[in-house]
Design a protein around this ligand. Structure first.
Ligand code: ATP
Ligand code: MG
Length: 296
């Protein structure tokens, strides 16, 4: 079983609820579990009906829930880069790096980057045996999953540019009879290499099915089936696949089971029944887990 499980799906299909049920089931099976929300509109505290925090709250022995504060993570990330850049570029005053960074936290793509920071933190977590991730709606999650490959592509171009810059700097140094530097001694090149190692490692973790499992949640309706097929296609482009489809708020004899089987021949299918009334609070969730473990 993979130790990081990402719950993905169309808005409102029950990602947070199914991720919560999975976390409750995992804890009941004696597995030390972390349920982490990377959705900016956190609602795990409403589902469990307990106050939660961005640092993580242990609500039962073996069950911790965290509502990650992505804005805080972005601020910490930008602060560390700003400090590093100031160390590398002595002429930073001319670039006015400080004002540039205060705008950068609102730049397009930051939300996806923040989500990736949450994912990376999950991979680096060795305190829990199982980590279940509740995601924001599809578009943002897919962009987040694409980010390591997109960034790696950009970095390869930047590496080439840096290679040329270092070579030209060495050309000038030679004429001036100054000391030349190897590419490996260049701090910008070293930084690019660190970044590229980080994204390679994220891609390896995402693509390794013993580390990461993608669970797709859907309902018995055409719109959620259509979006699920689109998600499958987009994941394939990224070299990722759906491990399990959860047909939520449905019955075992749903006609959608056959359609899902045809569309996702390599995924397991699980039906999660519709709970009459609100499915919130630990008691309801625990009872629902016992009733609904229908794996087809
Ligand atoms: N199996 C179920 N039985 C009954 N109600 C359910 C079930 N699953 C989800 N719900 C209800 O459906 C609504 C949407 O569920 P949830 O918030 O988990 O969806 P979501 O996919 O996480 O939504 P969002 O895209 O907004 O994050 C909630 O009111 C939830 O209580
Ligand atoms: Mg949700």
């Amino acid at each position: 079983m993979a130790n990081v499980r990402i719950f993905i799906g169309k808005g409102g299909v029950g990602k947070s609820t199914c991720a919560s049920l999975e976390a409750v089931r995992s804890q009941a099976g004696g597995i030390d579990t972390l349920l982490d929300s990377m959705d900016p509109a956190h609602n795990l505290h409403d589902i469990f009906r307990v106050p939660l925090s961005s640092r993580g709250t242990r609500i039962l022995p073996g069950l911790t829930i965290r509502e990650s504060d992505k804005q805080k993570m972005i601020r910490a990330y930008l602060k560390s880069i700003r400090t590093e850049l100031k160390g590398i570029y002595h002429y930073q005053q001319a670039l006015n790096i400080d004002s540039y960074f205060s705008i950068l936290s609102h730049a397009p793509g930051m939300e996806e980057h923040a989500a990736l920071l949450v994912l990376q933190r999950c991979y680096e977590d060795h305190r829990h045996e199982q980590i279940i991730i509740d995601t924001p709606p599809t578009a943002l999650t897919l962009k987040m999953l694409a980010l390591p490959k997109v960034n790696l592509e950009w970095i390869s171009h930047l590496v080439e540019m840096r290679r040329q810059i270092v070579s030209k700097k060495n050309g000038v140094a030679k004429i001036r009879k100054e000391q030349m530097a190897t590419l490996e001694e260049d701090p910008v090149y070293a930084r690019l290499m660190t970044m590229s190692d980080r994204y390679r490692s994220l891609i390896a973790s995402l693509e390794d099915s013993s580390t990461t499992e993608i669970d797709l949640v859907m309902n018995e309706d055409e719109l959620s089936l259509a979006e699920s097929l689109m998600i499958r296609q987009e994941l394939e482009v990224l070299g990722l696949s759906v491990h399990r489809v959860l047909l939520n708020k449905a019955g075992r004899s749903s006609p959608y089971v056959q359609r899902i089987r045809a569309a996702f021949p390599h995924s397991s299918i699980e039906v999660v029944s519709r709970h009459p009334g609100e499915l919130t609070g630990m008691d309801q969730l625990q009872q629902h887990v016992q009733k609904t473990a229908i794996v087809l």
